[in-house]
Design a protein around this ligand. Sequence first.
Ligand SMILES: O=C(O)C(=O)C[C@H](O)[C@H](O)COP(=O)(O)O
Length: 212
Amino acid sequence: MKPRSSADLFTLAPVIPVVVLDDAATAVPLARALVAGGLPAIEVTLRTEAGLPAIERIAAEVPGAVVGAGTVTTPAQAADAAKAGAAFLVSPGCTPTLREAMAATGLPFLPGVATASEALALLEAGVTAMKFFPAEAAGGRPLLKSLSGPLPQARFCPTGGITPANAPDYLALPNVGCVGGTWLTPGDALAAGDWARITALATEAAALRPAG
Ligand SMILES: O=C(O)C(=O)C[C@H](O)[C@H](O)COP(=O)(O)O
């Protein structure tokens, strides 16, 4: 299912794997391994040159995947990611310029925030689904819990320092839609093409909460 709204991204799975690829050739088997484990939404960061071609390949060759672009920091990257076939966009922080560029693609997006003022600026613009980054460093679960009082309409995907151990506590918060993290795609498993290990990690993560 392609997400139509940003809130739809929260319904696909409890975890969005954040993927940093050095070689776009690994993108398709990696995406298949994650989907096989029950994690269809995949955020491929634009931190590496391989990011855009990886998005292109996954979008074209893995029908069960919902591939998005992460680390979107400029309007040009938002447009490029949309052109490559991204189904959603994620940014580590946000400015009005970046928000407008992401909105202009027509794709669902999760702009990054770390404070009440940043969340308020997005709420003023009608954006209620956000990435909370860097989650652990910025205050973690206590900060999110504190925001749920005054800003109950804001919902978050905490990312940055999330692990299988702390993910359940985040997912238990009323203002957390899903969490994100890189732990599903360890560098050594990627290098070795150990797709079975990645499917096993995805399966564990998918069980953190029933989808929907
Ligand atoms: O580049 C970005 O915009 C990001 O998306 C940053 C990632 O969310 C974090 O790097 C997650 O990393 P872990 O803490 O290893 O799970």
